[in-house]
Design a protein around this ligand. Structure first.
Ligand SMILES: [Zn+2]
Length: 245
């Protein structure tokens, strides 16, 4: 998730407001900002959010000649919009799944850009994986590098190769070898069938593919005449070798 919208709002300093604006005008403006934040969030963001931790970044587009706000002033001047975003997400503004951030940049226009991004999980940073095995890989030592906020570990594969893998991929089981496992599987598949390479496609192998598709792939144009009627390929014929023989 990386979505944003821009509200055409000129954010004014909370510090200056008190003196220059009547309280009724201030209250009305805040109400407007909150409403706009809610409207955009509920319309554009709510359905895209699966409840996973996110960071919401409010970027003040300060125009070309705009003056920078200090941090406190920056966050308080955008509080009404933040409340609106919380309304739109149907959460409290202290919900632990959402982190609020405030930034400001010079831009040709005035406005507030509201960006929604997935929050990087901090957990894997602290886990010591040294010596732990993940499939064929053994984590040796953490490199200085970080990717997506995760430590990249130097690992040795059982085949002798050494590679760098980020902690999340080790822990999740996404990476279990240097790539040699997949290469072996692919080579094996080629030896067994010897026919999934284009240049030597066995004619019966094609028939077999079509048969399987007709019966078991609901997207096949002939599926309605076969699979949809309960016509199935028997278990042995799932192996093209057996079918061809
Ligand atoms: Zn390997």
């Amino acid at each position: 998730m990386n979505v944003y919208f821009i509200l055409p709002i000129k954010v004014v300093s909370e510090l200056n407001k008190a003196g220059h604006e009547h309280w009724a005008k201030t209250a009305n403006r805040r109400k407007q900002h909150r409403f706009m934040g809610k409207l955009m969030t509920s319309g554009l963001i709510k359905t895209k959010w699966d409840g996973q931790p996110i960071t919401v970044i409010f970027t003040r587009l300060m125009g070309k000649g705009g003056r920078k706000f200090d941090d406190d002033n920056l966050s308080s001047s955008m509080k009404a919009i933040r409340d609106g975003v919380a309304d739109g997400l149907e959460i409290n503004d202290n919900d632990s799944r959402v982190t609020w951030k405030y930034e400001q940049v010079k831009d040709v226009m005035h406005g507030v850009k509201v960006t929604f991004t997935e929050r990087e999980e901090e957990m894997p940073k602290k886990i010591n994986l040294a010596g732990r095995r993940f499939g064929r890989l053994v984590a040796l030592y953490p490199t200085g590098e970080r990717k997506n906020g995760q430590v990249v570990w130097h690992c040795r594969c059982d085949c002798g190769n050494e590679i760098d893998v980020r902690s999340g991929n080790l822990i999740s089981g996404n990476s279990t070898s240097c790539g040699c496992y997949m290469r072996e599987r692919a080579a094996e598949a080629n030896i067994v069938h010897g026919m999934n390479r284009r240049e030597e496609t066995h004619p019966v192998y094609r028939t077999w593919c079509h048969m399987l598709y007709r019966c078991e792939n609901s997207k096949d144009t002939h599926y309605k005449d076969y699979g949809a009627h309960g016509i199935k390929v028997c278990a042995e014929w799932h192996d093209p070798q057996v079918f061809i023989e």
